[in-house]
Design a protein around this ligand. Structure first.
Ligand code: SF4
Length: 276
């Protein structure tokens, strides 16, 4: 049995790590190895992109909390960030319910641990519907099939149904009342929407429970991924003898069309850790 650190909580990022590469999960969450390697080169370009992603999430949060857009606009110095912000102001997701909960955290027990999710935004009409919005700042727009496979697309709606009753005035949301929306800062008007239902909810519950059971039943046998392309932008590549130099940032963005984990790297929880 794997001894996870005390207080360990499963997030979509941790589960995605395990699915993508069990060894990465082990290094990052069990051994908690902090490996000082850059994710992509040139490092300065990658770091600027990360900082802009974090800044964009902060801007939108402040706006949703009531700070006037004009005041926030004056704080922006970077061209990419200015473009994303303008796209948000002119082409943000439409038709959202009126009550907004930005940067909301929900959690529920799962397999002897807790499952936790941090939402960019949950927009609610109590007793009617809830829309989860996730802001994405990737330079390429991922395909729908790619997003459908992501743990985030399963964990977020599941946890909102399971643990989001207080957001709906004390009444749990039925799966059919929940929708997940990915909004892309460089592709306004091309958001991706995922409906939810009872069948999906039950399937997600069984899948997530099985995944946690599989992880916790392992001893120390967390294999390296066979998808070596994933190692190019993984900070543990030299530790795993999967290369010394980070892959190019331009290729990382291109791989969003494939199977790699730009979303994971840009997970807002990790951005927050980097930024603060
Ligand atoms: S370098 Fe490759 S094998 Fe090692 S943890 Fe990263 S993705 Fe897994």
């Amino acid at each position: 049995m794997t001894a996870l650190p005390s207080g360990f909580r499963f997030s979509q990022a941790a589960l995605q790590d395990y699915v993508d590469c069990p060894r990465r999960f082990h290094l990052r969450y069990v051994r908690q190895v902090a490996w000082p390697a850059v994710t992509a080169t040139p490092a300065a370009e990658w770091e600027r992109h990360l900082a802009n992603g974090a800044a964009f999430h902060r801007l939108v949060q402040q706006h949703l909390l009531g700070i006037p857009a004009e005041r926030l606009s004056h704080t922006i110095a970077d061209d990419d960030l200015r473009r994303w912000w303008r796209n948000y102001l002119t082409g943000g997701p439409r038709g959202l319910p009126e009550t907004r909960y930005p940067e909301t955290v929900l959690s529920a027990p799962l397999g002897g641990y807790r499952l936790v999710a941090k939402y960019d935004l949950v927009a609610v009409a109590a007793g009617e519907r809830a829309v989860i919005v996730d802001w994405k700042t990737a330079r390429r727009r991922p395909r729908r099939e790619h997003l459908a496979r992501r743990l985030q697309t399963r964990v977020y709606p599941y946890l909102l149904v399971r643990a989001g009753a207080h957001l709906g005035g004390g009444q749990p949301f039925a799966p059919e009342q929940v929708e997940m929306v990915y909004w892309f800062a460089d592709f306004p008007g091309q958001e991706e929407r995922f409906a939810y239902d009872e069948e999906r909810y039950l399937a997600d519950e069984a899948y997530l429970a099985d995944l946690v059971q599989e992880i916790t039943a392992r001893a120390d046998d967390f294999p390296l991924t066979e998808e070596t392309a994933r190692c190019r932008h993984c900070p543990y590549r030299s530790l795993c003898r999967r290369g010394e130099r980070a892959g190019p940032f331009a290729e990382l963005a291109a791989e969003v069309e494939g199977e790699t984990d730009f979303d994971l790297i840009l997970d807002i929880e990790q951005i927050a850790e980097l930024a603060f």
